[in-house]
Every structure is written in C-alpha cells, then in structure tokens.
Write a protein that binds this ligand. Structure first.
Ligand code: ACO
Length: 326
C-alpha cells in the first residue's frame, strides 16, 4: 500500500511588498534583487496574522478542494520555523481552529525542507498504522516577523504564506516513490535565529542587539544550497529508479532562482519543466513547495501519472527530495 497526496491548498496574505517598496527602506534596487535572486515581490502577514492563521486558511482550501471535512483528518503535522510561539505547537492551535479535539498534532522544525520532512514522516505513519487514513501536512511561515528590515542582506529575500496537503493510503501506482533526507548541524551558524530560545533567552540586551532576527551568511549558504539541492534530486531519483528524462515537473524550494537553475541543470531538465513562482512570493521557507503545488493544481499543470520531484534546502542545514507519481 502506497501513500499519495490527495489534494493541496494554499493561502498567502493580501499585502504585497515590492522591490520598489524595499528601495525606500534599505540601500538596494529592484535590479539587484531580480538579478541576484529572481524575486520581484513578496507577501507580508498583517500584524495580527500568525502562522496558524495562514495554516488555517490553507487548510480550508485543501478541504474544499478534496470535498473533505475536518473530521476526516486523523492527524496534523505542521512544518514551520516560525511557529505562533515556542509552545504549544502551531499544529495544536490549528487543530483547535478546525474543531477536531483529540486528533494528534505536532510541529516539525526542519526549516525550508520542513514540508518535505513532514511528508516523509506522514508517509511512515500512514504506512505502519491502520488507524490513520488521512494526515494533514502543512508548510506555513511568517518569516517576515523574524526578518530585520534594516538588513539589506536578508530583508529582500523572505515572504509569508502557507500550503496544505492531505495524504492518504493508495493501492494504485500513484503516490510517493522515494524520499531522500539529509542534514548537517555543524553548519548551523551560517543561518540561524540567535535569541529567544534556551541558549539566549529574550532580554533587553538581545533585543538591543537585534538578535531576534534571522542571521545568514548568504554567499556560503548559497554554495551549500546548490550542492544540497542537486544531490538530493539525484539521490531521490536513484532511490525511485526514475531517470531524469522521465521527470515531468521539478518543484523546488523557492530560495533563489540561480539555485533553482543550477538544480535543474544538474539533471539536464529544461526550465519549462521547473515550476517557479519566486518572483511573486520570495522565500516562504516550508510553505514554498505546497504553495507551488496548489498553484500548479489551479492552473491544471499537474496530471495523474506525472512524475513530480520536490526538493528543498535550508537552515540546519537540512535538505531533502521526494519523487512521486502524481
Ligand atoms: N541590495 C544591494 N546590494 C546588496 C544587497 C541588496 N539587497 N544585499 C547584499 N548586497 C551587496 C553585499 O553587501 C555585497 O557587497 P560587497 O561586495 O560590497 O560586500 C554584494 O551585494 C554581494 O553580496 P553577496 O552576498 O556576495 O551576494 P550574492 O550574489 O551571494 O547574493 C544572496 C546574496 C541573494 C543572499 C545569495 O547568497 C543567496 O541566495 N543565498 C542563499 C539563500 C538561501 O538559499 N537560503 C537557504 C534557505 S533560507 C531558510 O532556511 C530560512
């Protein structure tokens, strides 16, 4: 018995922040941002919107598309690096909003590959436990809440959004064919949020030092990201026994158009087979892949039987790819 994605849904906040808006905030230019990243605009959550609010909207959309109700969901996993609060889990807050008390719910923190890691965990649980029939997997982020809008090195990159998928058991040939996951904690200090955890609890000093905003050594992260994305795709395809020329869609995490280009080149995939929406949303971390899948569904791009490869790389470092037959 396999496991497949039954449906996807996504939500992004209404507020748009363009590169031209950023030009008024820091010393940057639309030209620099587009050339270096491919990003033109991103969505920004409102002050009263937290990650669970975005996750809830995305969940309503996937329920609508699949004709399911919250009661059909046996478990909730939320991939996020920007939870509403350290605890309880954002998944618990989402469960309460959905009114399905009693169902297990937890967050999974694997930064940008959070959705891919969560899919693989959900697949494992569906495979070994008969009591679960449908698992809700959400990638949701409000990265702009931990973005320093005085730091031009990072503030041009990130955006907010959420995507949700319902996974189910399936005895056809559709579904997840392989997953390859990896990590390297020795490189943690290249991309991290210094304060607010047990290492550097919040204090006047951490606030004054702007330590509650993410820090990134962009150039170094770039190098590892290219390698991590490329290797993940190659390894996942090998595990699935799928040749690169059989791939119909590559749906990469949207961190930088140059990283996406390099990943496609590694398996000689033409860019027409690569889904890109970074121009409109920037880097939405764990939300970027399910947002892309939902858009592709909306546009009728995903057809049953197609080979789809999901791949991501992020803080940790963590990385991973999933090959599936849609
Ligand atoms: N506008 C104008 N100039 C800028 C800007 C900006 N917004 N940001 C940086 N610069 C300047 C730098 O100061 C530097 O100037 P200098 O040469 O005088 O020092 C110059 O531009 C080049 O800077 P680089 O950092 O070398 O630029 P690079 O081409 O590497 O692009 C970028 C930077 C876009 C951040 C890139 O390195 C990148 O995408 N890195 C990977 C990001 C990523 O994949 N993150 C992982 C996932 S995120 C997550 O897990 C949450």
């Amino acid at each position: 018995m396999g496991v497949r994605i039954l449906g996807v849904g996504a939500y992004v906040p209404d507020r748009v922040l363009t590169n031209f808006d950023l030009e008024k905030m820091v010393e940057t230019s639309d030209e620099w941002i587009v050339e270096r990243t491919g990003i033109r605009e991103r969505r920004i959550a409102s002050e009263d919107q937290a990650t669970s609010d975005l996750a809830y909207e995305a969940t309503l959309r996937v329920l609508d598309r699949t004709g399911m109700t919250p009661e059909d969901l046996d478990m909730i996993i939320v991939g996020t690096a920007t939870p509403d609060m350290p605890f309880p889990a954002t998944a618990c807050l989402l469960q309460a909003r959905l009114g399905i008390k009693g169902r297990p719910c937890f967050d999974l923190e694997a930064a940008c590959p959070g959705f891919i890691y969560a899919l693989e965990v959900a697949r494992g649980l569906l495979s070994i436990d008969d009591t679960y029939r449908h698992v809700l997997v959400v990638g949701a982020e409000t990265l702009t809440k931990i973005t320093d809008f005085t730091d031009r090195n990072t503030c041009v990159l990130f955006g907010d959004g959420a995507g949700a998928a319902i996974l189910t058991k399936d005895d056809s040939d559709r579904g997840i064919l392989s997953a390859y996951l990896g990590g390297d904690g020795t490189l943690a200090d290249l991309l991290y949020l210094p304060a607010g955890g047990s290492r550097r609890p919040a204090s006047i000093e951490t606030i004054q030092n702007r330590e509650h905003f993410l820090k990134m050594k962009g150039r170094e992260v770039f190098k590892y990201a290219v390698y991590g994305m490329q290797e993940s795709v190659v390894r996942a395809l090998e595990l699935a026994g799928v040749k690169p020329e059989e791939v119909d869609w590559l749906v990469p995490h949207q961190a930088n158009l140059r990283i996406i280009d390099a990943t496609a080149k590694r398996i000689h995939l033409p860019m027409e087979k690569v889904y890109v929406n970074i121009d409109r949303y920037g880097n939405t971390s764990a939300a970027s892949i399910p947002i892309a899948l939902a858009e592709m569904e909306d546009r009728g791009l995903l057809k049953p039987g197609q080979i789809v490869v999901l791949v991501a790389f992020g803080a940790g470092f963590t990385w991973g790819a999933i090959v599936l037959r849609w």
